[in-house]
Design a binder for this molecule. Structure first.
Ligand code: 5GP
Length: 169
């Protein structure tokens, strides 16, 4: 697979440590992490341990159904996060890759609106920053923290092997 970017489990471990150092050294500390499920779940978990940060939530977004096969737009799936929980917080949004960038942009737009009002009365303020392992050049959003850039299709260690089915009797 010469046209692929292969991230191994070892490579992922190193990437997570390097991203954590990048964030900590930027002078900004998140109060909580939001993982963009499912691709951001393992990166977010690794970052939460590397940064000693226990507060973590998820937003479940579906966009790609297969390699190079997408839905028209990213779709938010249940269970939904209560965005009012993010009020006055520094929030680190973590995903595996900003490819088209549509997924990350959707999540950032959902939570990073100054003066966002959920009930028409009170407003909530969130300082959200984004973090990905990979950024592609076509991404419509520029993530705040990036480990590496590529324009190849990436094989992530958690989604490369086939789904395990019960052994045949
Ligand atoms: P985007 O909205 O930026 O186009 O990408 C949404 C999601 O599609 C990513 O979070 C990721 O889970 C999946 N995706 C996009 N590009 C790649 C890729 O090169 N390799 C893999 N394995 N998944 C990708």
């Amino acid at each position: 697979q010469p046209d692929r970017e292969i991230l191994t489990w070892d490579g992922f471990g190193g990437a997570a440590r390097e991203l954590a150092a990048q964030i900590v050294n930027s002078g900004w500390m998140p109060d909580l992490i939001v993982a963009v499920a499912r691709g951001g779940l393992l990166p977010a978990g690794a970052l939460s341990y590397a940064m000693g940060l226990k507060a973590i939530g998820t937003m479940n977004v579906e966009f790609y159904t297969d390699i190079a096969e997408t839905l028209p737009e990213p779709v938010l799936l249940p269970p939904l996060m209560d965005v009012s929980e993010l009020n006055d917080k520094n929030v680190l949004v973590v995903d595996d890759v900003a490819d088209s960038g549509k997924t990350l942009k959707m999540v950032m737009d959902l939570i990073n609106q100054d003066g966002l009002s959920l009930d028409g009365k009170s407003t909530i303020t969130v300082d959200a920053r984004s973090c990905v392992i990979y950024e592609k050049s076509r991404s419509i959003i520029k993530p705040d923290y990036v480990w590496a850039k590529t324009d190849k299709w990436i094989n992530f260690p958690w989604s490369t092997l086939p789904v395990i089915k019960p052994d045949q009797a």
